[in-house]
Design a protein around this ligand. Structure first.
Ligand SMILES: NC(=O)c1ccc[n+]([C@@H]2O[C@H](COP(=O)([O-])OP(=O)(O)OC[C@H]3O[C@@H](n4cnc5c(N)ncnc54)[C@H](OP(=O)(O)O)[C@@H]3O)[C@@H](O)[C@H]2O)c1
Length: 125
C-alpha cells in the first residue's frame, strides 16, 4: 500500500500515513512470550514504518508516518482472549477510533517514525 500511496502525498503540508500495529510487536516490551507469528508480523510492520518515515521525509518533510497501537479493542480478533484472564477490559471500536483520530490530529513531523499508543504515548520498538 505504501508503495502506491506515498507517491501521492503532497510535497508540502501535513499528511499522515498511519497503520494499526500492536503493542505485542514491541521487542523491548515483550515480557509474556507467546503469539510468535503475530508479534513477528507487527515487529516487521514497525520496521517498515520506520524505514518509510525516513524515505518520506526526503520527499515530503511535513508528512508523518507512524505505527499506532489501538489499545485492547472488543473485536473478533480479541474475543478468544477475553474469555480468559489475559484481558480485563477492552475498548469499544468507536472509542479506540476516536482516540486514534485525536492522536493523528496532534501529530507533527517530529513524531514521524514513532510507534504510538492510543493515548499518544510512545511505545519502545
Ligand atoms: N482488537 C485488538 O485488541 C487489537 C489490539 C492491537 C492491535 N490490533 C490491530 O488492529 C487491526 C484491526 O484488528 P481488529 O481487532 O479490528 O480485528 P478484526 O475485527 O478481526 O478485523 C480485521 C479486519 O481485517 C480485514 N481483513 C483480514 N484479512 C484481510 C485481508 N487479507 N485483506 C483485506 N482485509 C482483511 C477483515 O475483513 P473481513 O471482515 O471482511 O474479514 C476485518 O475487517 C489489526 O491490524 C490488529 O492487529 C487490534
Amino acid at each position: 500500500m505504501a508503495k502506491h500511496v506515498l507517491p501521492l502525498v503532497p510535497k508540502a503540508g501535513k499528511s499522515v500515513f498511519a497503520v494499526l500495529s500492536a503493542r505485542v510487536g514491541s521487542i523491548e516490551d515483550n515480557r509474556l512470550g507467546g503469539w510468535y507469528g503475530y508479534r513477528a508480523s507487527k515487529a516487521a510492520l514497525n520496521q517498515f514504518m520506520r524505514t518509510i518515515a525516513i524515505e518520506l521525509s526526503r520527499q515530503s518533510p511535513e508528512a508523518v508516518c507512524v505505527a499506532l497501537h489501538p489499545g485492547t479493542v472488543d473485536t473478533a480478533l480479541s474475543h478468544p482472549f477475553q474469555a480468559g484472564i489475559k484481558i480485563k477490559k477492552a475498548f469499544s471500536p468507536a472509542y479506540s477510533a476516536e482516540r486514534l483520530l485525536a492522536v493523528t490530529d496532534a501529530l507533527t513531523a517530529t513524531h514521524s517514525g514513532q510507534f504510538l499508543a492510543w493515548d499518544g504515548r510512545p511505545i519502545p520498538f
